[in-house]
Write a protein that binds this ligand. Structure first.
Ligand code: PLP
Length: 392
């Protein structure tokens, strides 16, 4: 059914999104409802964003409280929630310093600028190139689409920004070969999200860490999709024997309010002095109060450890499906960032699941991706598995 709102959207909105014919009007926990009152179980969570589910009462209260107190004053002044959030992130990661932005792409812009500035400050202006990975995804701004290793994202936007060299993901020798005197950093998603829910071999990120140390260059982890508990640890790098020099976050950090963050070690962050980088909206009291409450809930309610457990259950269910259906070639991912690779296009299955009341997602044409709220239950997973079993 096409409602009046859909027709109006097609008339007045930029045509950048191919949308499903459904108007979603409210959410609660792991469920959302459309304008006809039909209920859907959400297995994509706004693409790995609403980790605590929809309309979480504590988050709603935190935002309402802050909305009645102070929304925005500019980063010319100190405000409490952003400092508390930065402290929480520093206390819970490898990092010493945090810069707040409004999105993943902006957090990555900050990371790219910081890596270049770090070497420029040391008199190495020619060292500005960043090695990124084929099939990576880092955003849609000019710098981040130039970093992104997917030609379809760059198509039609030439000339892209110079200074990015793409090599194969999970291939340490390819990085070693590419490093030269102009390389300032390697930037990688610990687990590729948009590129197909691809986990690297266990030793890859540790080897990358050692390679960067030996070459005297920086290691940047884009944890925009994998961070904040998505993979069953607070940050995906914790699964591997490696911590970065710079890490970017966004998506689930604000559970749906727009926020990005770039975290760095003290020695690296020092290259960002007053006036070197800024954002009008970065880290407003309103948004950071939501993010801070998100972090507190994750911690107080043990959500990350529970997500690891639920992820193992979900993965078993997907393996069970694979045994029953030859059309599933591979089960992918970790924690609650999971996928199945099909031997055919996944689009029709996504539409059929929608029809049956499940929101799932298809990437790279043949991969069904599942990134539900971390609070998803086994009953909901069983229901989706049953639905997929029937459809396949
Ligand atoms: N980096 C990764 C790994 C992502 O998955 C995404 C979004 O999907 C981005 C960066 C870009 O984030 P945003 O859409 O908030 O700019």
């Amino acid at each position: 059914m096409t409602s009046a709102l859909m027709q109006e959207a097609d008339r007045v909105m930029a045509g950048t999104y191919l949308r499903f014919p459904v108007v979603l009007t409210k959410g609660s926990g792991c469920r959302v409802w459309d304008e006809d009152g039909k209920c859907y179980i959400d297995f994509i969570a706004g693409i790995a964003v609403c980790n605590l589910g929809h309309a979480h009462p504590r988050l709603a209260d935190a935002v309402a409280r802050q909305a009645k107190t102070l929304w925005h004053v500019s980063n010319l002044y100190y405000t409490g929630p952003q400092v508390e959030l930065a402290r929480w992130l520093v206390d819970n990661s490898f990092a010493d310093r945090v810069f707040f932005a409004n999105s993943g792409a902006e957090a990555n812009e900050a990371a790219i600028k910081l890596a270049r500035r770090f070497f420029s400050d040391r008199g190495e202006r020619e060292r500005f190139r960043i090695i990124t990975m084929e099939q990576s995804f880092h955003g849609r701004t000019m710098a981040t689409l130039s970093a992104t290793g997917q030609p379809k994202v760059r198509k039609g936007f030439d000339p892209v920004l110079q200074g990015f060299d793409q090599v194969r993901f999970d291939d340490i020798e390819a990085v070693r070969r590419q490093i030269n005197d102009a390389t300032c950093a390697v930037m990688v998603e610990p687990i590729q999200g948009e590129g197909g829910v691809r986990c690297p071999a266990p030793g890859y990120l540790g080897a990358l860490r050692r390679l960067c140390d030996d070459a005297g260059i920086l290691l940047i982890f884009d944890e925009i999709q994998t961070g904040m508990g998505r993979t069953g640890r607070l940050f995906a790098y914790e699964h591997f024997d490696a911590a970065p020099d710079i890490m970017t976050l966004a998506k689930a950090l604000g559970n749906g309010l727009p926020i990005g963050a770039m975290l760095a070690r003290e020695s690296v962050s020092a290259a960002f002095g007053p006036g070197s980088h800024a954002s009008t909206f970065g880290g407003t009291p309103l948004v950071t109060s939501a993010a801070l409450e998100t972090c507190r809930i994750l911690e107080e309610e043990g959500i990350v450890a529970a997500a690891a457990e639920t992820g193992r259950y979900f993965q078993k269910k997907l393996s069970w499906l694979q045994q029953r259906h030859d059309s599933i070639q591979e089960v992918l991912g970790m924690g609650l960032l999971l996928g199945i690779r099909l031997d055919r296009g996944g689009g029709p299955l996504v539409s059929a699941c929608l029809e049956k009341g499940f929101l799932i997602n298809c990437i790279q044409d043949r991969i069904l991706r599942f990134a539900p709220p971390l609070v998803i239950g086994s009953d909901e997973i069983d229901a989706l598995a049953g639905c997929l079993d029937e459809l396949l």
